[in-house]
Design a protein. Sequence first.
Length: 466
Amino acid sequence: MNILSLFTSFVNYLNQILGNNLFMHELEHHISDATYNLNLETLKNILEFLDLEYKNSKERKEKYYVQQTRERTLITSLGIITFNKTYYKSKNKINGKYEYYSYLEDYLGISKWAKLSLSAEVKLINNSVDNGMSWSSKNSIPNYQISRQTISSKIKNINYNYLETLVKKETPKILYIEADEVHANLQSRNQNTKNKIVPVILTHEGHKEDFIKKKELKNTHYIASSILKTNKLWEETYKYLDSVYDLDKVDKIFLSGDGGTWITGYDIAFPNVIFVLDKFHYRKALNYIFKKEPITTKIADDYLRNKMIDEFKILVKSQCKLYPEQKDEMIKQQNYLLNHLDGIINQRHPDYKCPCSMEGHISNKYAKFITSRPHAYSENGLENITQLLTMKANNVKLTEEIYYKFKTGESVYKKLNLEKFISEFRNQSNELIDNTLKYDIQHLVDNNNFDLQDNYRLDYFLSKRI
């Protein structure tokens, strides 16, 4: 490690770019480049210091010969660095063979074939979850572009095993559950299995009382999976609610959704739940049948809410005569509404204060990343991106510690011991400052005209050390 060389290269670069007149945007770009190079050089110096520290250690000299020193290139979250690392050969045979060993790779937890650091992988995945793989591939690593296939492989190979820490909450009188699904494309040659439905369940306590401009839901929690069977998903929902609330104190639980087949399987986990057909799908079906004609639609709505089934069927029949080419779809929508008659009536339940907003949640939290992108997923890739989106929706950030556990299954992420580096850094920095200040004091500083306050400031500055 040589602090002087780091400082000198940084200053020389600034001297080069500041030698000419510049526009403001050029100045910003050049300073950004200067700090970018300084970051890479600093990281390179730290890694080579760690390698040299072990090379000169008593432990190494007892166990290994120095085999050779090689250059290693690694893509980090700061950019691409090339640094020297030392390979060793064991002095004694282990199980009949000599052991070849790289301390630095072992200490950093990087395999000899790895191209990306852990932090770089996390940055790529987080950016792809936030903005898509195409954006992430171009903007995650400074001055370098990663292929979308690399990011896709990293996501696909995640062994998702995150267990969220749950905290008990104050139990409300009413809980809300909302359910819908996301549609995804699979990498399958079978046309019948190319589309995959990903169920998503949202639990909350209704609207916040202190919202300012728009209503917000209180204590939201998302549960989703592309591989769990729906009955297991409902069981997971029950486990979550039972973990954070005292369900014996809850008076009512409302479940709202479009009434899909998987949604109606809630009764195993929640036998006493009150189902509510969400108004979006209800209005969509009514508008298709009655073409948004306000008077007819109002009459049909009254018939349904008062369980006047025969009268409603007569009204639909008259519409079928007006639009014979749409008869089959109209009958389908009629049956859909009649199958969820109780759900329609429950829309006006006196305790149902928070209408279903699941369509918006699905669109913003999941569909715009899964459905709207021209991308086909493998089974594992779809499940992993679903879980990453669910973590984000639940305000859980993918950190290096969590990702390390995904990759290795180990819960302890080892920290680097940089005490000796920091000590050496301080010594060299202080020596550099001392030499600089001696030169300045001898040749440049004339404090004859300084007032008392100026001399005080100078003394304070000279007394400071890193």
